[in-house]
Design a protein around this ligand. Sequence first.
Ligand code: M6R
Length: 606
Amino acid sequence: MCGIIGISSNKPVSANIISSLKKLEYRGYDSAGIATLFEGEIKEVKSEGRVDTLEQNFDLKNLKGNIGIGHVRWATHGVPNSVNAHPHSSHNVSVVHNGIIENSTILKKYLATKGHIFKSQTDTEVIVYLITENLKTDELEEAITKTLKQLHGSFALGIVFKDIPDLIVGARRGSPLAVGYGPNENYLGSDSYALKSMTNKITYLDDGEFCIIKKDQVLFFNEDGKKINKKILELSSDEASYEKGDFKHFMAKEIEEQPNTIETGIKEYIDKTNSEINIYNFPWNINEINSITLIGCGTAYHSCLMAKYWFEELTQIDISIDIASEFRYRKNRFKKDNLYIFVSQSGETADTYAALDLCKKNNMKTCAVVNVIESSIARDANFVLPIHCGPEIGVASTKAFLGQILILYILALKLGSLRNEINQETFKDKIKDLQNLPSLIEKSLLIDNDIQAISSTFNEAKGSMFLGRGFSYPIALEGALKLKELSYVHAEGYPAGEMKHGPLALIEDGMPVVVLAPRDSYYKKTISNMQEVIARGAKVLLITNKSKDEIVSENIWETIEVENTNDDLLPFLLTIPLQKLAYYSALKKGYDIDKPRNLAKSVTVE
Ligand code: M6R
């Protein structure tokens, strides 16, 4: 999951490559590099660290050339350093690559027998030498077709050639790649976001395809090297959503945007006048669906878990959930009456995409709950439910989580109603409650002072635990993931009732434990579990909802109260303090909040 950019123009390209690379840093940021073609030579610069470091290390303004490729890396093969940074070049060919070449070890042996000496530890260098070899005997298009057939695994590639200096080749298998069209120049990019400041005219490559990009022409080919035609899409312009505005970090902005995320989701899916849910063009007869499997990774997986509780509450449908990286390799029993729902913010997560692909190959019914509607998952699923929350730039998912669970909740309500599994009065009440949710989230956001004070304790501790039961359990997992992802402190999410089966042994004097205990049907049970950890020395941060009833427990370290609503909707409100806790913990530590170490926003490798 690296970022790729390529520009073929009638003017110097380095400045635009640099600004696009900065946009692509959400895909990886451990090293960066650029190669341009100038006066019959490949000029290559690369360094460890961010694009800023590359700019500090080299005089990039004077990097000449009207054709160039650039890369930001998230290391898979070989440590992040300047040697392993992309591009990788031979005397004639320079390549940037996103993905993994699975047969690189075998190919390395073969290429060594041809006299190639490998400089890096990457799998990418085999692509450089394979193309170099194939160009000795074949014309460009044949050489590319042949090379792509020799590669196993996933890739998106950008390639320039010293001896064919007027073009860039792009190729895709498994990793996303887009082509953009501008005045007297054309582009290649990992996604439309990287190209948006230059163009809103985009074509997405499909798996197996490659393209040749010149400043005034773009040609597309299928995996057998035959020319094909592809559609040009016009994207809407929403540049402002890509700016931080007055916020210090994208994450802070995205947390505060959540009332709007929910408001938009409601506007898209709820008919307020008739208290009805609009899900148009649902392609299946609802009675043909007897079970649902929800699949995702990371935060999106937590959304699936959340949805399981709601579907079980509101429908009689059998629900299972799965982590995409597990699902894709298991011996699944595919059933015709099962609906497979893929949840993903980016719509490009390699494991989730592979799980979707597997279902499609088995002719299953597939539905995508995604944010990026131009993404591979959105394009390939039978049916798409967009979450409409706008670009999410911070690596830690916040507003997309609320957006995902909102749409999944709405879907559960709709299916329950269509199948007559909830009565119409309850259905209408729940829709009414939903409409108050944006303002309740807005009020629940006003907790910064309390959370800031609490966050130091989490930073100073060896580790922490996040506990919840029922609807609060997925939120506990999400809270723990946010804290470890941003603050690099150990945090575990657990079902509160499971503590006594082992994890209780971890509790020691002063250990911070977050207990999610809203006044729902699990409340009393959770409070008992909370008492068990307090008795063993835990410092409990209790997160509950406002109520006139007293909390029946002593020795609670801190309490945060979110607004009150019906039990179904409390998970939305409980999430807010946990997002803020992770944010302020990382802020106090001075960590890079929008780009935590070792991670990337879009995980396009498995
Ligand atoms: O784009 P996706 O929703 O498919 O991404 C899935 C996970 O990689 C993502 O949610 C990840 O866990 C987040 N960084 C968590 O904050």
